[in-house]
Design a protein around this ligand. Structure first.
Ligand code: SF4
Ligand code: SF4
Length: 443
């Protein structure tokens, strides 16, 4: 009988961690639907980016107030969860505040006091975030793609964090009272600079009621964390975990550098070489043309692009900077990432149901992302520069444009004219090559 709480705790822990593992495996499987890319270069630069951009959140502080608030909530939340370690140990072994007997008491008191102060700061940060979203109504949080689930998701996570912090502080307040009453198992330990202000609200309660509050908040706190962990999979907050690998695999060549298709480059070179034999066998080691140019669905994208889609925080900084979006065009780089993730999830569910992907008559192009959006892009790279977690929406736009041009010859008329001119005249203008130097005779 006395071990029932321990057994229940182990069941809850196993279920929470187990379900989380199943979902992480699904994400990995879905990302692997993309094609492989070699990211074994620039290793030290990549690790430097992880430290600076992912851990140090250097791009967040470009906008200092939300940036600092984000760092506070993130760091605070992570550090407070060190407390979860003690909760897990206590839960498994049926102990209470075991770390206070292992660590020097001064250190333990200092840690608990720091967690409480951080909890208060996280609570304040979360309330400010909620206010910015719901009262101040910043434009980027109210764009079209943020209606419905994305909007609710952002709020749910804020409520989650508020509740977890309040539970943590209430648990400590009840614990203090029980320590003062000398209740059995409640060792005198911890320093409580914040929760001491909740204690007066518990003043006249009996020991049994205090134990019920302490145990109740303890259970709700740990169950809440397990639910939070599993909620991540369904939420944009997956970035808490994926930001790190995503930044590692982020672009390390200059942002403006587009990838060239070697097979096409070779073809162009051959076209320009008057001595080239168009019927000659390809040189040894020459790269063959891919079976399909560009991307019309998520399977045509790279694994890094798919990781990008899962990592997107839906913060809208990219869309805020996008000149196309700012001049009223339909394009939103954030929506490009959200659409890519939605389509990838749809394919994942299709695989779950059928054991393998059964064509569903849909694709990323047209069913999710329209041609109008794709051709509105100026390729300025502002979205890539603005993204705090090194996501590259432009690369997806360019791959989809490549598909339209090279597989469907479906570029807009203006572009088709320019490309035909380049092919015929070696320049985008409609003048014969022989007339190129006419300008010099004009005077
Ligand atoms: S590259 Fe395209 S999508 Fe990105 S900011 Fe510029 S115009 Fe917008
Ligand atoms: S792509 Fe980056 S900047 Fe844009 S919404 Fe996603 S995380 Fe934010």
């Amino acid at each position: 009988m006395q071990y029932i709480p321990n057994i229940l705790f182990l069941i809850a822990l196993a279920a929470g961690v187990g379900y989380f593992t199943i979902n992480i495996r699904k994400i990995i499987r879905n990302i692997k639907l993309g094609h492989e890319v070699d990211a074994s270069d620039h290793t030290s630069e990549r690790w430097g980016n992880v430290l600076r951009i992912a851990l140090g959140q250097s791009k967040m502080v470009v906008r200092p107030i939300p940036g600092l608030l984000h760092i506070l909530v993130y760091v605070g939340f992570i550090i407070i969860n060190i407390e979860v370690l003690e909760i897990i140990i206590d839960g498994i072994f049926g102990t209470h505040r075991l770390l206070s007997t292992v660590l020097p008491l001064g250190l333990y008191n200092f840690l608990i006091a720091s967690f409480e102060i951080l909890a208060l700061l996280v609570l304040m940060g979360v309330i400010l975030f909620w206010t910015r979203r719901n009262i101040q109504k910043l434009r980027r949080f109210w764009a079209n793609e943020m209606k419905g689930w994305p909007k609710n998701d952002a709020n749910y996570i804020l409520y989650f964090e508020m509740v977890l912090m309040i539970l943590f502080l209430t648990m400590n307040a009840a614990d203090q009272q029980l320590q003062a009453l000398g209740a059995a198992h409640y060792v005198e330990a911890g320093s409580y600079p914040v929760s001491q202000f909740i204690v007066p609200f518990l003043d006249n309660l009996s020991e049994a009621s205090l134990i019920a509050i302490e145990r109740g908040t303890w259970w709700l706190h740990i169950l809440g964390i397990l639910v939070f962990l599993n909620y991540l999979y369904f939420s944009k907050h997956l970035h808490i975990i994926l930001a790190f690998p995503n930044v590692y695999f982020g672009k390390v060549v200059p942002k403006g550098k587009f990838k060239n298709l070697e097979s096409v480059t070779n073809e162009v070179k051959m076209m320009m070489d008057p001595n080239a034999d168009p019927f000659a066998a390809p040189a040894e080691g020459a790269v063959e043309a891919p079976a399909k140019f560009g991307a019309s669905d998520v399977m045509d994208l790279s694994r890094i692009q798919l990781l990008n889609a899962y990592t997107c925080t839906e913060c809208g900084r990219c869309t805020d900077e996008c000149p196309a979006n700012n001049t009223g065009k339909k394009l939103s780089p954030r929506k490009i990432m959200m659409d890519t993730r939605d389509r990838l999830e749809e394919i994942g569910k299709n695989i779950d149901q059928n054991g393998e992907f059964k064509p569903d008559g849909k694709q990323l192009l047209d069913d999710y992302i329209t041609r109008e959006e794709l051709w509105a892009c100026t390729t300025c790279n502002a979205c890539v520069e603005a993204c705090p977690v090194s996501i590259d929406p432009l690369s997806i736009i360019m791959d989809m444009r490549q598909y339209l041009v090279m597989e469907q010859s479906a570029a807009p008329t203006e572009l088709n004219v320019a490309m035909t001119n380049i092919e015929n005249n070696g320049a985008p203008w409609p003048y014969n090559q022989m007339d190129r130097l006419n300008w010099k005779d004009e005077n």
